[in-house]
Design a binder for this molecule. Structure first.
Ligand code: ADP
Length: 424
């Protein structure tokens, strides 16, 4: 494969980001045309826009942590920062010095914490330069991000758009169509303002589903005892969502560890995954995971995860002393639960003893046992990939419980996957 140089031009983009529509004489449109013939085949199952009425409410923080939380639960995730004027994702994740390369004319996303990322901030030569682009140029950049970045196979592309209802969210809605929907971020103080309602109205006008509202900075987590105190009145986001007849996805408290993790360049949910705040992020992923499931929980995709001939499903759960075992490779037995996919009922359970632990053995063995889904406490990225290669969907961060309880929650759509606790 050809390893090209960093894909920058005078505007900091590969080729003219406007695709020639801006009328600027930058001399790069020929290059844009040349690469267009080589577009990578991206398969992106779900595209979600993250919006807010105004800046500073934690939109980028929520977008980045949701993306990482989904990746921790075994999903293939991309994070696209289309905040052209104030791209904060690279800074937040300490990726400012990351080198973006292009291979065979395809821009390679930067990878961190299991998430593929691309931001205009990664492509600008001078990261402090103000970007002065009009609508068509911004549209070209967003188009290029969607078409020329080699995202590959993704379950989710989370798109962090600038605050408000300007060119960028509009361009995303046009260029990335069909989108699954938008998540609107607000703070408790912000909910009464017209801005957030405008974001929701924007979605309605564009026929874009509002997946839900997240109330960020809702209460304060004491760094000493972990107690959450409502320093501003919380709950307004939920009431506002109810009044606008859109779902409410949950609250994220003000957690000093979020700011500290930004300062240290350590993605918050990845490094502090045992915290209550990380669990709050994981809770918000539940309805997002349900998008793949036809509104099932935990990320099951019944069409893919059921036995095509019988319509049934088999859920594997590693156990020790009758409960889920956090280290699947070292469990005593696997519970194999038969599910009538149509009725979403557990119809039987078999306990099976796995072969001696060796890397790569269990995914193949569970595939032979007919498993379609594994609910595990923790699992490393490599093992998750091996299960997926064997056609087994992985849900990590399953809470303590018996196999029947977990399978029941999973099928009912109430399983809240928490931290990926694998330390192997
Ligand atoms: P936006 O994208 O809405 O402009 P950011 O995500 O950049 O907002 O967040 C603004 C600032 O607030 C950042 O410094 C971020 O670390 C901080 N922040 C966001 N959410 C939280 C939270 N829940 N707890 C603590 N700090 C937060």
């Amino acid at each position: 494969m050809k390893q090209d140089k960093k894909p920058t031009t005078d505007t900091g983009m590969a080729g003219c980001p406007s695709g020639g529509t801006c009328g600027a004489d930058c001399g790069t449109c020929g290059e844009a045309e040349a690469t267009a013939a080589n577009l990578p085949v991206n398969t992106i199952r779900h595209k979600i826009l993250v919006m807010s009425g105004k800046g500073g409410v934690g939109k980028s923080t929520v977008a980045a942590n949701l993306a990482i939380s989904l990746a921790l639960q075994g999903r293939q995730v991309g994070l696209m920062d289309v905040d052209i004027h104030g791209p904060s994702i690279p800074k937040m994740l300490h990726l400012e010095d990351a080198e973006v390369t292009s291979v065979d004319g395809h821009i390679q996303p930067v990878q961190l914490a299991g998430v593929k990322m691309m931001s205009i901030g990664l492509l600008l030569r001078d990261r402090d330069a103000a970007v002065i682009w009009r609508g068509p140029l911004k549209m070209g950049a967003i188009k290029q991000f969607l078409e020329e970045v080699e995202w590959g196979e993704l379950d989710y592309l989370i798109i962090d758009s600038p605050p408000g209802t300007g060119d960028e969210p509009l361009s995303v809605c046009q260029l990335a169509a069909p989108l699954d929907g938008a998540i609107v971020i607000t703070t408790p103080q912000d909910v009464a303002t017209a801005d957030v309602r405008r974001s929701i109205a924007f979605c309605h006008q564009l026929d874009l589903r509002v997946i839900g509202v997240v109330e960020n900075m809702s209460g304060f987590v004491c760094p000493h005892c972990g107690t959450v105190t409502d320093i501003f009145k919380s709950g307004g986001g939920e009431r506002m969502a109810a009044s606008m007849e859109v779902p409410f996805l949950g609250r994220i408290p003000i957690d000093p560890a979020i700011g500290a993790s930004c300062d240290d360049g350590r993605p918050f949910v990845y490094h502090y995954n045992k915290s209550e705040t990380a669990k709050a992020f994981a809770g918000i992923t539940v309805p997002i995971l349900a998008l793949s499931d036809g509104e099932n929980a935990g990320g099951a995709k019944p069409a893919e995860n059921t036995n095509q001939e019988t319509g049934s499903m088999k859920i594997a759960i590693p156990t020790a002393e009758g409960k889920v075992c956090m280290h699947f490779g070292h469990c005593e037995q696997f519970a194999l639960l038969d599910v009538d996919a149509a009725g979403k009922q557990v119809t039987g359970k078999t306990m099976v003893t796995p072969p001696p632990h060796e890397p790569g053995v269990l995914p193949k063995w569970l595939h032979e046992q007919g498993a379609n889904v594994i609910l595990a406490g923790g699992m490393g990225q490599r093992a998750q990939g091996l299960f997926q290669e064997n056609g087994i969907q992985v849900v990590v961060g399953a809470p303590a419980g018996t196999p029947e309880e977990l399978a029941g929650q999973y099928l009912a759509g109430t399983l809240v996957a928490g931290e990926n606790v694998c330390d192997h």
